[in-house]
Write a protein that binds this ligand. Sequence first.
Ligand code: FE2
Length: 375
Amino acid sequence: MLELERDQKVKEATDVLTVEDFDSVEFWVGNAYQAAYYYQHALGFEPVAWSSLKTGNRKYASYVMKQGGAKIILSAPYSPSSEMGAHQLMHGDGVKSIGLTVRDVDVAWQESLNRGAKGLTPPTEIQDEFGSLRYATISTYGDTIHKFIERDNYDGIYMPGYHKYTRDVDTEFKGIERIDHIVGNVNWNQMDPTVSFYHDVFGFSTFIEFSENDINTQYSALKSKVVRNYNNLVKMPINEPALGRKMSQIEEYVNYYHSAGVQHIALHTNDILTTVKEMKSKGVEFISVPQTYYSNLSDRVGALDEDIEKLAELGILVDRDENGYLLQLFTKPIQDRPTFFFEVIQRKGSEGFGKGNFKALFESIEREQEERGNL
Ligand code: FE2
């Protein structure tokens, strides 16, 4: 792991683009109604707003799912000839837009274009009874976009055009606090250009790098660099495949997503034991490591607040660095294609990504890959 210095140029650029936090993430899916059921009953997200034929939207159905500060939008097209329909056919269910809260949309738009971003939607103001909201969109890796959102003058749940949504059935469990990081998979040799894009256009800095020596097994490998904004609330690792004896899991993703795209979103919880237990009881499937992982865990990570037997029972992974430790677990892909999955993470001091777990994890992922006939 390499800690990189942030140079002065990067600091100035960060201040110019005004990115403050993740705002929301929009998935384009085949059936938003059914996806919303899974997000609500399996993952604990509350459906809080929607847009559909019944609210006057003739183009697509869309649900705003909220848990703590994490907001996920699930949208599905009514027409195959729409951009959303074409995207769904090509990529299957996946992340279309990573929303970023900015202090000033005009500045974010103008500065990002000046620095070489491809602009899509220029600054646009929309209004309803809750105030006015400004947004703009630019391209990033694959068909994924960033939506800059300025919501200082808006009190509504999500955006004008969305209506309050109420369902009779309660959301039973809410353990997620916020989005911790969002990981992108890019194709061969695209990691450095993508990281440069976040440096040059966003003014983000690189703070951790993992080489194929850090992330490899007997069979396959990947490389990763993590970029972040100035206040560390927006953290985005970028992965690319690396050469191994067999197919990299990143290559498998790109083959099935048919482009670069979002690999996983890490959801932060303050109580991973309860969160994972609840999700498992609702049928969410997680990647599992062999029980031998736990036999010398305390030698590897030292004293923990949690009972190791309970961690072992749920298959939760632990890693420690100089600042503390973290607990994490990864779901299996949550759609038919072996593409997007979620991570559940609890940080206790560590700002890392679980480097000590990479080997055990990737061996588990490879077992899955092999069952799919893709190793
Ligand atoms: Fe992660």
